[in-house]
Ligand binder design. Structure first.
Ligand SMILES: Cc1cc2nc3c(=O)[nH]c(=O)nc-3n(C[C@H](O)[C@H](O)[C@H](O)COP(=O)(O)O)c2cc1C
Length: 191
């Protein structure tokens, strides 16, 4: 009988140790996904989308298209017309065009590449809507753009002011970058 209880006790102890071992090895859902990167892009005529998808492919990142609640028509984007929608929004620093869609579980991403076209030397206001809608504390934010020639510096400094608690890296204009050049720049970010 004594031998039976000793064997039972040993078996129970072994079971408990095995169970403990398994749970210690399993990562929490947060830890499993904490190295994930998201490329979020806004693009009306396709240039930024193309560049953003190249970045996502190189980083093996998830992608998210920032879709405006009200789509921009070609009239809205005709910046030679003084009061076209895009111009009106850009002139109003408080403008926050609504976004139709939402990121699935933003907490899972440690870094977000935010890609946009330059409008009047800066980020479109919908990008401000996007960053203000998220808790970016502790995250790395990397602004990237396409443009007709303007640089990204004003957009980067605007985003530094809006992304509270985030590590906003120096932005990068993507036009004309070779795949190797893009890869080298992305590697240098050490995300
Ligand atoms: C309203 C508006 C304003 C723009 N302002 C600028 C500008 O200030 N500087 C510039 O280089 N390009 C400017 N552009 C050109 C876009 O930045 C460029 O075409 C960009 O690649 C478009 O990206 P998308 O195809 O992803 O929409 C402007 C375009 C629009 C529609």
């Amino acid at each position: 009988m004594k031998k039976f209880f000793a064997t039972l006790l040993a078996a129970l102890t072994l079971c408990m140790l095995t169970a403990c071992g398994t749970s210690a090895e399993e990562k929490s859902p947060a830890a499993q996904t904490s190295d994930k990167i998201l490329v979020a892009y806004f693009s009306c005529t396709g240039n930024t989308k193309k560049a953003a998808l190249e970045v996502a492919e190189l980083l093996k990142a998830d992608t998210f298209e920032i879709v405006p609640a009200q789509a921009y028509t070609s009239d809205d984007l005709n910046y030679q017309v003084e009061n076209c929608r895009a111009n009106v929004e850009q002139k109003d620093s408080a403008a926050r065009p609504a976004i139709k869609n939402k990121i699935d579980n933003p907490a899972q991403y440690k870094a977000i590449i935010v890609a946009f076209p330059i409008w009047w030397g800066a980020e479109p206001r919908i990008i401000d809507t996007f960053v203000e809608s998220l808790n970016l504390s502790g995250k790395v934010i990397v602004p990237v753009c396409t443009s007709g020639g303007s640089d990204i510096h004003s957009a980067t400094s605007n985003l530094r002011a809006l992304c509270k608690g985030a590590d906003v890296r120096d932005g990068q204009r993507l036009n004309g970058m070779s795949k190797d050049g893009l890869k080298a720049w992305l590697d240098g970010l050490k995300l």
